[in-house]
Design a protein around this ligand. Structure first.
Ligand code: HEM
Length: 432
C-alpha cells in the first residue's frame, strides 16, 4: 500500500477506535480523545480512583500513582517503547538521497542502554552545575533583550513574543546555531512536538515530513560546516569531533536537544505566568521578593507540568501492582497525575509555592532518562519570571489563552498580556 494511503487508513482507524472506546468509558481512550483545551486533571483523578494500575481496552495500562511511576521509571527491567510505536514519521523517506532520521525514536530519549548511556554521556558535560553556571549570564541577557523588545508595545503575546524566544535562543547558542535560523528552529520544533501525540490529518502528516526534511537538510549543512572548521566550543562541534558517531546519531542527538530544550521550557514559562496572573497572593509575594520565582517555577512543575506523561514497557513478562503484565505491554505513566497524588502531596490541587516537599514531583521523570536539561529549564524559568514581573509588575491577561493542540505537552500557544494597569481580563481558555 502506498505510504500516504496507509497513513490515512491508520489515522482514520485510530481516531474511530479512540472515539468508540472513549464512549465506553475506557480511561486511555478518554485521555487520548480529550480536547487539549479541556482541564485534564479530572481524568487523571478518574484513573487514580480506578486503582493503582488500570487496564485499557486499547492494549495498555495506566497509572497516576506517584509510587508506581517512580518505581517503574527506575526499574532496569523496564525500557522505552520499541521503534515505530511513538512517532508518525516515515523513516524510509529520504532527504537528498540520505535517510530521514526519526528525531524521536532514534534519539537517546527513547533508546535503552548501552546506546542510551553512550549517547547521553557525550552531551552531559554542558548540563552539569559547572556547565550551567557558564549559561547563567547568557540566560539573564536573553531575557532582558526580549523584555526590551516587548516593553514599548504595551500589549504582546507572552508565548510567541517572549516565552518561546528565550529557550530557543539559549539552546541555539549552546548548539552553535547562527542567529538568523532561530525562527526556523522554533517552527520545526513545534511541528515535531505537536505530532508526538498523533497527527490529526494527512495534511498535518505531510507538513511534519516537509518540516523534518528542511530541518535535516539544515543540520547536514551545519555538520558539514563544522567538519570544515572544527574546534568550536558548541555542542555540534564537540559531536562532530567524535569520529565514530554515525550521521544518524549526530542528527538525532542535535534534534533531541533542540526540541527537548525549548518546546518544554516555553510551556514552563507560560504555565508559571498563568499561575501568577491567576493568584494575587502569589503575585504579591513575587513582587516583594523576586527570589520567590524559583519556588513558583518548582510548584508550576508539580502542579501543571509541561510534559504530562511518558510510557515504559517491561523487557520480560512480569507482575506490577499484583497484575501480570506480558513482555512489551506499554504502561502509561501519568506524571502530571503522580504530581497530584494525595499520598505524597497534601492538598495536591492547590497551587502552593511554599510546600516543603515540592521537589518530589516527577515533571522531569526519574531514573536513567531523568531530564538532562532540568537545571537549565529551572534557571530559564526563574530568570524569565523574575525579569518579567520586575519589569511589568502590573502584567495582566489581555485576551483569550489559546491552548496548544497537544495532550502530551501542556501549555499555552498564545497568551495575550498587557503591561499597564487595565480592567482585569478573566483568563479564558480555547483551542484553535
Ligand atoms: C520545563 C522544561 C522541561 C521539562 C518539563 C522536561 C521534561 C523531560 C522529561 C519528562 C524527560 C524524560 C521523559 C521520559 O522519562 O520518558 C526529559 C528528558 C530529556 N530532556 Fe527534558 N524537560 C525540560 C527541559 C529540557 C531542557 C531545557 C533540555 C535541554 C536543553 C532538556 C533535555 C532533555 C533530554 C536530552 C532528555 C533525554 C534524557 C535521557 O533520555 O537520558 N529538557 N525531559
Amino acid at each position: 500500500m502506498p505510504s500516504t494511503v496507509k497513513n490515512a487508513t491508520l489515522l482514520f482507524m485510530g481516531r474511530a477506535a479512540v472515539r468508540a472506546h472513549a464512549l465506553l468509558g475506557d480511561p486511555a481512550a478518554r485521555l487520548f480523545g480529550m480536547s487539549p483545551a479541556r482541564d485534564p486533571y479530572p481524568e487523571y483523578e478518574a484513573v487514580r480512583r480506578r486503582g493503582v494500575l488500570v487496564k485499557s481496552r486499547m492494549g495498555l495500562y495506566l497509572t497516576s500513582s506517584h509510587e508506581l511511576c517512580s518505581s517503574l521509571l527506575r526499574d532496569p527491567g523496564f525500557g522505552t517503547l520499541p521503534a515505530g510505536a511513538l512517532s508518525p514519521v516515515d523513516s524510509s523517506a529520504q532527504v537528498d538521497g540520505r535517510r530521514l532520521v526519526n528525531p524521536v525514536e532514534e534519539s537517546f530519549l527513547v533508546r535503552n542502554p548501552p546506546d542510551h548511556t553512550r549517547l547521553r554521556r557525550l552531551v552531559a558535560p554542558w548540563f552539569t552545575p559547572r556547565g550551567l553556571r557558564a549559561q547563567q549570564a547568557t540566560v539573564e541577557r536573553v531575557v532582558e533583550e526580549y523584555l526590551d523588545e516587548v516593553a514599548p508595545r504595551g500589549t504582546f503575546d507572552l508565548v510567541g513574543d517572549f516565552a518561546a524566544r528565550v529557550p530557543v535562543q539559549v539552546i541555539a547558542d549552546l548548539l552553535g546555531v547562527p542567529g538568523a535560523d532561530h525562527a526556523a528552529f522554533a517552527r520545526w520544533g513545534s511541528a515535531l512536538v505537536n505530532a508526538l501525540d498523533g497527527v490529526r490529518d494527512l495534511g498535518e502528516l505531510r507538513a511534519l515530513h516537509a518540516g523534518l526534511r528542511e530541518f535535516q537538510a539544515f543540520l547536514d549543512d551545519l555538520i558539514a560546516h563544522r567538519r570544515r572548521r572544527p574546534g568550536g566550543d558548541d555542542i555540534v562541534s564537540a559531536l562532530v569531533a567524535h569520529q565514530d558517531l554515525s550521521r544518524e546519531d549526530l542528527i538525532a542527538t542535535t534534534e533531541l536537544l533542540l526540541v527537548a530544550g525549548f518546546e518544554t521550557t516555553v510551556n514552563l514559562i507560560g504555565n508559571s505566568v498563568l499561575a501568577v496572573l491567576g493568584d494575587p497572593a502569589v503575585r504579591a509575594r513575587l513582587l516583594d521578593d523576586p527570589g520567590h520565582a524559583e519556588a513558583v517555577v518548582e510548584e508550576t512543575l508539580r502542579h501543571d507540568p509541561p510534559v504530562q506523561y511518558t510510557v515504559r514497557v517491561p523487557f520480560e513478562s512480569t507482575r506490577v501492582a499484583g497484575t501480570s503484565i506480558p513482555k512489551g505491554t506499554p504502561i502509561m505513566l501519568v506524571l502530571a497525575g503522580a504530581n497530584r497524588d494525595p499520598a505524597v502531596f497534601a492538598d495536591p490541587h492547590r497551587f502552593d509555592p511554599g510546600r516543603p516537599d515540592v521537589r518530589e514531583h516527577l515533571a522531569f521523570s526519574s531514573g536513567i532518562h531523568y531530564c538532562l536539561g532540568a537545571g537549565l529549564a529551572r534557571m530559564e524559568g526563574a530568570a524569565a519570571l523574575r525579569g518579567l514581573f520586575r519589569r511589568f509588575p502590573d502584567l495582566r491577561a489581555a485576551g483569550r489563552v489559546r491552548r496548544r493542540p497537544s495532550r502530551l505537552i501542556r501549555g499555552a500557544a498564545r497568551l495575550p498580556v498587557t503591561t499597564g494597569v487595565t480592567k482585569r481580563h478573566p483568563i479564558a481558555h480555547t483551542i484553535s
